[in-house]
Ligand binder design. Sequence first.
Ligand code: FE
Length: 215
Amino acid sequence: MNTRVFRNLSYGVYAVSTLDGERNTGCIANSIMQITSSPATIAVSMNHDNYTNSCIAKTGKFAVSILSEDSDAALIGRFGFQSGKDVNKFDGIDFSIKEGLPVINDSCGYIVCKVIDKMETSTHTVFLGEVIDCDTIGSSPAMTYAYYHNVVKGKSPKNAPTYLPEEDSKPEKAATQWVCSICGYVYDGEIPFEELPDTYTCPICKQGKEKFTQK
Ligand code: FE
């Protein structure tokens, strides 16, 4: 099997949110698809290790914020590379409450669902949600996973369904690259990395310059 073929499937970049008791929480997902139109249902695949997974199972509801090409890439670091167990991911984020759940305003739309079924796989839960509210926000195009990978220069967290270990070792350029050890962002600015000020932070996960390693 050549699993690189999976890169030819299309994925988006979404923040899936729910409640942890009274507290807002969420994570990044890229495997979400519409299943039926009437009633409107969507399915989301989420790793068992994501704290959000158990919160959705308890709450019975989830919301999807569809990130756009213009969304702040730091949202991906906040929601994709930290655990909701440790931090309140919505602290300082511009969000609204829809049907009791938080949705991110810096996005191109949201969908709120109640869980009507789920399927377990060895690593992921597939939640089937019936849509109870949805709307578009602004006019920016949705961020595809390909855009995130090729333009934002981001990588998949290890618990994403689309994660491929080969991504880490694939040489993208002959020259040495500075790579964020937390989120996988590859620095490609005009200024040589060594000459960046000590205050430089990763545009995706906001970690400091010292978290970058040469590859
Ligand atoms: Fe980073």
